[in-house]
Design a protein around this ligand. Structure first.
Ligand code: ME8
Length: 477
């Protein structure tokens, strides 16, 4: 039955060269809202998040801090977990790519693809962006300098300089999967939300895929390649597979668990990494004879001015400050209901405070307080269901039912801000109802009618509390 349906939701695994910032919190909160909603509906839900700990970028940051890479990444894990706890992130499992089960499974997976002939040894030369851990395509390196010791062309994703690398490496036959990928996009038009992001992916794949370098010899911090320890796995080959190793892939005694959860129903991420998830990841899965995820939910960037908020740009907001200043629920409310997932959105404390004051305090909080205060004044301890509902109350009830349906429809297509705009609209409708009924007059003149108005208002607030619970689990409880 529907209620037995399973739902598997993931976030990206974040690089641990620092503590989490609000961009990471944004993605993780969106995923948590979806996971809580899914549990609320009654689905059997698994929610995965974690950390991406290998690769050149982490190794360089560790070096700078004078620590070994593992000591370095270890030093951030508690802070990550504490931040998620503070923000009421109720994940089912937290994966670290340094976890032994993951390392072993990746080595087995690489061997599987080597045996199949989808991974072969050759050599690579080209430009590399370390902050993004990305090889630039031919098109992206047009106009590269003759002198390879200089910084190369700007990375198309982060705009920073790239470095020339030339080394022996193992390749994955990505080009082999080009046609199958294009067929898949065509037959699954709702694979990527929002659809525009899907169009970009299709034209990228249509422009031609080259085989992907899967190993590095000049980087030491990574998973050793099976049978060739000079090489470590390219960090994305290691990282993307976390989504399957976390639920038991290639681990003894875990086949049933793996088959229960895979494929993922929705994988949440920022638009910076959509190419990895919409091209490389499905190709890996095809090569492994595994089904593809149902949906990728791709959100825009949180910006400061017109720049992306990012650790390497040094303009990040610390979620711990927001937690202390505003508490988790208000921040979750702001991030998931006031920012359109489809767009880049500026983040400002002024906007956040504005929403707290108007939506949460004035509209919802005041309504609740006034209702409770009046109920007490009228001696009502228990909100009972009256024998007769007035026309206005019945209208409010119909409105509540429509709101619930609309929220479900929007959430089914991951339009969080549209969904919660419906709840907000209903809060306004309850306010209008409450004021029009003038219960402060009825409390003396007509106790029966008074009890009915309080009951309708209280029931409406209950519905609002349930619908907002995935967003504000603490306050709504
Ligand atoms: O890319 N606005 O890790 P990462 C919105 N390890 N979201 C933002 C953001 C911003 N300003 N900044 C970061 C990696 N994010 C890889 C992923 S997955 C197999 C490997 C969020 O630490 C957003 O979800 O750079 C983005 O995709 C992610 O953090 C990148 O995190």
């Amino acid at each position: 039955s529907e209620s037995c349906k399973k739902v598997y939701i993931t976030t990206p695994i974040y690089y641990v060269n620092d503590i989490a910032h609000i961009g990471h919190a944004y993605t993780t909160i969106i995923a948590d809202v979806l996971a809580r909603y899914s549990r609320l509906v009654g689905y059997d839900t698994f929610f995965l998040t974690g950390t991406d700990e290998h690769g050149q970028k982490i190794a360089m940051a560790a070096d700078k801090a004078g620590k070994s890479p593992k000591e370095f990444t270890d030093s951030f894990i508690d802070a990550y977990k504490d931040t998620w706890k503070e923000f009421e992130i109720d994940y089912s499992h937290f994966i670290r790519t340094t976890d032994e089960y993951h390392v072993k499974a990746i080595q087995q997976w690489l061997q599987k693809l080597i045996d199949k002939g989808d991974i072969y040894k050759s050599s690579y030369n080209g430009w590399y962006c370390t902050p993004c851990e990305t090889f630039l395509s031919d098109k992206e390196t047009e106009g590269a300098p003759e002198d390879k010791s200089q910084d190369g062309p700007a990375c198309p994703s982060c705009s920073r300089g790239t470095q020339y690398i030339e080394e022996e490496c193992y390749f994955f036959k990505l080009s082999k999967y080009q046609d199958r990928l294009l067929d898949f996009y065509k037959s699954h038009p709702d694979f990527i939300f929002p659809q525009e992001r899907g169009n970009e992916v299709v034209s990228f794949v249509e422009s031609g895929l080259k085989d992907l370098c899967m190993s590095r010899t000049t980087v030491k911090w990574g998973i050793p390649f099976p049978g060739d320890e000079q090489h470590v796995a390219y960090v994305w080959a290691d990282a993307l597979n976390n989504y399957i190793t976390a639920i038991g892939y290639l681990q003894e005694g875990k086949q049933a668990e793996f088959e229960k959860w895979w494929p993922a129903n929705v994988q949440v991420m920022g638009k910076d990494i959509v190419r990895f998830h919409a091209v490389i990841w499905p190709a890996f899965l095809m090569a492994s004879d595994l089904p593809l995820p149902e949906h990728l939910l791709v959100h825009g960037w949180i910006k400061v001015g017109d720049q992306k908020m990012s650790k390497s740009l040094g303009n990040v907001m610390d979620p711990r400050f927001l937690y202390q200043e505003y508490g988790p629920d208000a921040v979750r409310y702001f991030l998931t209901t006031q920012m359109a997932i489809t767009q880049d959105s500026p983040f400002s404390l002024q906007d956040l405070e504005g929403r707290i004051n108007s939506d949460l305090a004035n509209e919802m909080g005041n309504l609740l307080n006034r209702m409770v205060t009046l109920a007490k004044r009228g001696g009502l301890d228990l909100v009972s269901v009256p024998a007769d509902w007035s026309e206005a109350s019945l209208k409010l009830q119909a409105d509540a039912q429509k709101m619930v349906k609309d929220v479900q429809d929007y959430l089914d297509t991951y339009s969080l801000h549209m969904a919660y705009a419906e709840v907000k609209r209903f809060v306004a409708a309850v306010n209008a109802y409450f004021h029009a009924q003038e219960p402060w007059k009825l409390v003396k003149s007509d106790p029966t009618k008074f009890a009915e108005v309080i009951s309708a208002t209280a029931h409406s607030l209950y519905v609002i509390g349930v619908m907002y619970w995935p967003v504000m689990p603490d306050k709504m409880q």
